[in-house]
Design a protein. Structure first.
Length: 123
């Protein structure tokens, strides 16, 4: 399910993905301490997420539950990034990421494993 979430919405979703079901007040308290949001800002963003179908609100106490998994959002965001900036080419994105910083031997081994696993799926 492809759903576009804005950065502010991702912050609220991030709390739910990390912490599990939380009340709107608990989300507000967490985001106040992490990024300085006031309660009205947090509640407004929660309501936007509810309207999009990303969060379910339950009573008592305005309990919020994520309806979409983090992985689905990561996949949709990655697809959008590849389409927008890399002409739909995942290998161009991969090359750009690898060219940006020095990788450790452990990171290189992990990437080789991922590519190897993908190669097995294709066969």
């Amino acid at each position: 399910m492809a759903m576009k979430l804005f950065d502010s919405e991702l912050k609220v979703m991030g709390v739910l993905w990390k912490e599990g079901d939380k009340t709107a007040k608990e989300i507000s308290d967490i985001l106040k301490s992490e990024i300085g949001w006031n309660m009205n800002t947090t509640y407004t963003v929660i309501k936007k997420c509810i309207a999009k179908g990303a969060i379910e609100r339950r009573e008592p106490n305005f309990l919020c539950r994520a309806l979409i998994p983090k992985e689905a959002v990561q996949e949709a965001e990655t697809d959008e990034l590849i389409g927008k900036l890399y002409d739909g080419s995942a290998d161009k994105l991969f090359a750009a990421l690898l060219g940006r910083k020095k990788l450790t031997a452990e990171q290189i081994a992990k990437l080789k494993q991922i590519v190897g696993d993908l190669d097995e799926v294709v066969k």
